[in-house]
Ligand binder design. Structure first.
Ligand code: GLN
Length: 197
């Protein structure tokens, strides 16, 4: 099994390490690789889209030819996890800011997003959130975090924070407004591993 982390920009190393830790705990064997160029996504069994800056990430992925490969993989059922900027990119619908800058989205999940719902860097925070399927709250780290403002019937909301939607699943796709890779708690990476099977 091979898990690819899109390594164009953002929290790449943290995701690689968190995934390796989760694999070790679960006693699964898998290769975790960084994807910088076209041609690698089709060789992966799962893809992680890290946080960073969705504008930059989206544009660079498109320029590299990685975006179309991710869309193809997602549509063929390959599990994809997007965190923070990754959640923004997975969405079909952006907010006014997204429209204004014409940033490219992957348009895979039936969700509307607010790109900077929780304010700037200095408004970053941690909060315990309930997460469907986990028996105890998850300490979620929010950094310039987006949120989900609307979701289609085919989208399952997994977590809210103060009534705001911050995690969702649509079939093989998992979107999180926060950063599970920045905590020692591997439960969400385990959840994703179960999606991979
Ligand atoms: N709000 C940022 C964006 O739209 C994402 C922030 C993050 O990934 N930490 O790009």
């Amino acid at each position: 099994m091979r898990i690819g982390v899109i390594a164009i920009q953002g929290n790449v190393e943290e995701h690689v390490n968190a995934m390796k830790r989760a694999l070790k705990d679960a006693k699964y064997e898998a290769e975790v690789i960084k994807i910088k160029h076209k041609g690698i996504v089709p060789t992966c069994d799962a893809i992680i889209l890290p946080g960073g800056e969705s504008t930059t990430l989206g544009r660079l992925m498109e320029r590299e030819g990685i975006s179309s490969e991710i869309k193809k993989a997602a549509n063929s059922g390959i599990p994809i996890m997007g965190t923070c900027a990754g959640l923004v990119l997975l969405a079909k619908h952006g907010d006014k800011q997204v429209e204004k800058t014409k940033q490219p989205l992957l348009s895979l999940m039936d969700i509307h997003v607010n790109r900077n719902a929780f304010g700037r860097q200095k408004e970053s925070f941690e909060a315990p959130v309930d997460f469907k399927g986990l028996n105890k709250p998850f300490n979620a780290v929010f950094i310039r975090a987006p949120c989900i403002t609307e979701a289609g019937n085919n989208v399952e909301i997994l977590s809210t924070c103060g009534g705001i939607m911050v995690a969702a699943r649509q079939e093989n796709m998992l979107a999180l407004a926060f950063h599970p890779e920045l905590t020692d708690d591997s439960r969400i990476h385990h959840y994703f591993l179960k999606m991979i099977g």
